[in-house]
Design a protein around this ligand. Structure first.
Ligand code: CDP
Length: 233
């Protein structure tokens, strides 16, 4: 039997989840779902609706905009990546802005928003073979995933890698600012009430501090082979 799997990748900010998820999805020809991009897209909408200009009451006004929200993930041949579309608008480049990154964990802590995205994310189960990355995939979205990976890394290396990535993209931000944002998001994600970042008991932990992306990919591909072998028995 060659059943297509659900692979859940969770972990700390900038720990290499999306790189591993993208590499795996390419290798296995699976659909890649970046749930962080979904929270980021909603944050972009919230910024546009100016909800941060006032108090939390404004969030209540914002929630009706999410009733018929629509997400699509589309392969971008030109840039060799998966783009996210919200309400048919391609926002892939806009959601990586510093403004969105500074606000996203606050948006991700709002119960109504998590409930909405949980429903949408669970619907991807119908796809044949998925790699989904985020904070609560193995613990909450797909607790019965075939494979759960949990990624961590030292705050210094995670900040340095993210800083280098942003520098290459031409973003003007210091290493210290990046580190501050990553620390803030770690805290927000670890200590929020709903679906906090937590290593599922049945997950395999990868510390990406000293391991190359190639080695991480090969380790996980080997794990998948072992799972398939056991499932055949
Ligand atoms: O790529 P990076 O690790 O910086 O973050 P991301 O995966 O794009 O996620 C952005 C933010 O969305 C996180 O810091 C979390 O606050 C939130 N998030 C979440 O709460 N649950 C998820 N399943 C995915 C992301």
């Amino acid at each position: 039997m060659n059943r297509k799997m659900i692979i859940a990748i969770d972990g700390y900010s900038a720990s290499g989840k999306s790189t591993l998820a993208k590499n795996l999805s390419k290798k296995l020809k699976y659909t890649y779902i970046d749930t962080g991009a979904m929270y980021r897209s909603i944050t972009l909408l919230a910024i546009r609706k100016k909800i941060f200009h006032s108090d939390l009451w404004n969030i209540k006004n914002f929630l009706p905009f999410l009733i018929n929200i629509n997400f699509q993930f589309k392969w971008n041949n030109k840039l060799n990546r998966t783009d996210i579309l919200i309400n048919k608008e391609n926002v892939q480049s806009k959601i990586r802005s510093i403004e969105v990154t500074n606000k996203v964990s606050l948006i991700a802590s709002i119960p109504e928003i998590r409930e909405k995205l949980t429903i949408i994310q669970r619907n991807f189960e119908n796809k044949q073979g998925i790699v989904m990355d985020g904070r609560d995939i193995g613990s909450n979205i797909f607790p019965k995933s075939d494979l759960k990976i949990f990624m961590k890394g030292s705050i210094e290396i995670r900040s340095y890698r993210r800083f280098e990535y942003l520098k290459k993209k031409g973003k003007k931000i210091s290493y210290e600012e990046v580190k501050k944002n990553i620390f803030y998001r770690d805290m927000m994600d670890l200590y929020r009430k709903i679906s906090p970042l937590k290593k599922p008991k049945d997950s395999i932990e990868i510390d990406s501090t000293l391991i190359s992306t190639e080695k991480q990919l090969n380790m996980v591909l080997q794990l998948i082979e072992n799972i398939k072998f056991c499932q055949k028995k």
